[in-house]
Design a protein around this ligand. Sequence first.
Ligand SMILES: Cc1cc2nc3c(=O)[nH]c(=O)nc-3n(C[C@H](O)[C@H](O)[C@H](O)COP(=O)(O)OP(=O)(O)OC[C@H]3O[C@@H](n4cnc5c(N)ncnc54)[C@H](O)[C@@H]3O)c2cc1C
Length: 473
Amino acid sequence: MFQEKEYLRLKKGSHIAVIGGGPSGSLFAFFAQKFARKIGLDVHITIYDGKDFSQAGPAGCNLCAGVISETLVSALNRDGITLPAQKIRRSIKGYYHVHSSGTSFIDPPRKSCTIYTVFRGNGPRFARFDGNVSFDDFLLQCAAQHGVEVVRASVVDFFLPENKREKARLVIRRNGSIQEVEADLVVGAFGLNSKMITKLPNMGFGYQPPEALTSLHAEIPLIKNKIKKIYQDRIGVFSLQGLQNLRFGVVTPKSDFLTISLVGKKDVHRDVLSQFLCHPQVKNIFNDPASIPFYSCQCRPKLPIGPSKKPYTDRLVIIGDASFSRHFKNGIYSAFITAKLAAMTALYHGISCTCFHRHYYKLAKKEIIRDNIVGQILFLTSHYFAQNKRLISFYATQIKKKSSFLGRFLLFFSWNMMTGEISYKNILQEIFFVRFHTYLQPDRISRLIRKKRKRLDILYRIKNKKKRVLNDK
Ligand SMILES: Cc1cc2nc3c(=O)[nH]c(=O)nc-3n(C[C@H](O)[C@H](O)[C@H](O)COP(=O)(O)OP(=O)(O)OC[C@H]3O[C@@H](n4cnc5c(N)ncnc54)[C@H](O)[C@@H]3O)c2cc1C
C-alpha cells in the first residue's frame, strides 16, 4: 500500500491555513477539525477572510441566489449542522417554469420539500434585520465553535516551498498591516471572484481555473404582496423568447426581497436586467406590473461552467468553486463535497500531490466532473425544448396531466433539473427507463402486433399472387 513520506503528513501542532471563509472554507475547517479529533491529532486550523458577514450588501455577501437545496440540508443534518430558523428567509413549496407557451407549475414529487432560501451576507444593501441573517456567517461560526480560529484578514500572496520538507508561507493583510505566517497545508477556498484565481496559474504546478461566465444578480425589495400569491413560495425559472443573450433567469423569493439571477450564453451585462423586468411574462408575476420596485443591490458574480485543472500539489489543495462545481446547480453542495473530500485526504492520508490526486481529485471527478458532462447534454436538450414552440407547448399540456405517465415523467424530469436533487446521470437513466417503459405499454404492444400482422398479410397475399401468376404461365 502507498505510504506518504512522514514530512508530507499532518502531525501534532501542524498548521492548516484556509484562504476564504465562504461555504467551502468553513466546511473544510469544520470537517478537518472533526476528523483530527477522531484520530486524536491536535492540529491548528485558521480561516483567513477579509469579508465581514455581518455587513449588508456586497461587502458582506458571497453573491448567489441563496437556494439551499434539499440534498445540502440533509447532508448538513447528517453531519450535525442544523440551519437555524433565523437564517431561513423562505421555505420553498415548488417551482414554476415560464416559457413561450405560458407557465408550468412544478410541484415536488413528495408531499413536502425542505428547500430554503437564505441571504449569503447580512441581507441586501440598505436592508435591516433583527440579528445577523447571513448563511455564510452561520457556517463560519459552526467551524469556530469546533475550535477553528477565524481571522478577519485577506491573504495577499502565498509561496510554496521548493524544498518539500519546508512549510508554505502566507502574506496576510490585517488591519492595514502586513504579516507573514507559516502553514503545513494551504487550502484555497477563495471562490471565483478573487484575485487569487489569476495568481495561481503562474505558480507553475499546473492549476488552471474553471471556465466561467459573468452572471448578474439584483435584489428587489418587495413591500408586502407586490408579487402574486401563487408565486410567493415558489422559485421561478424563466426561459424567455426575445431576449437574445439570456440563457435563463431565476427569480428567488426571500422574506421581503426577490433575488433576480440572470445567466447568459456569454457574460451578462447590466442592461439585460431592465430588459428582463420589462418582459411581459416577468411583469405578469407582479400584482401591479406598472410599479415593479426599483432594485436596491446588484452584483456580477462568476459562475463556473467547467472544471479546473490540477487544483492540488504538495501542501496545497483548492476546493469549492475554484475547483469543481455541479453544472448550473447546487454550488454550495458542491463546496460541501469538495471540502469534505479534501479534509478526509489531508487528515487520513497525507498532504502530498499524490494523496490529493488519489483521494480527492479521483473521487471529485467521479462525483462532479463526469456527471457534469451528462448535465451539459441535459441542459442543452432542455434549452432546445424551451426554444421550440411546438415542443414546449406539448411539454406544457403534458405536464398539466399529472395522472398520465408522460405527465408524471416530465414533472420528475423538470423537478430534478430545477432542484438538482439527484445526479444528472440518474436523470438520464430514468429517461432511458421511461423510453423502455413507454415502449412496453400494453396498448403499444397490441398496436405493434396488429401492424406486424397486417404487413405479414400483405406479404402473404403478394406471395400467393406471384405463385398464381407463375402457375398460370
Ligand atoms: C448566479 C449565481 C447563482 C447562484 N445560486 C446558487 C444557489 O442558489 N444555491 C447554491 O447552492 N449555489 C449557488 N451559486 C453558487 C455558489 O455561490 C457557489 O458555489 C459557492 O459560493 C462556492 O463557495 P466557495 O466557498 O467555493 O466560494 P465563495 O462563496 O466565493 O467564497 C470565497 C470566500 O473567499 C474569500 N476570499 C477570496 N479571496 C481571498 C483572499 N485573498 N484572502 C482571504 N479570503 C479571500 C471571499 O471573501 C469569500 O468569502 C450561485 C452562483 C452564481 C454565480
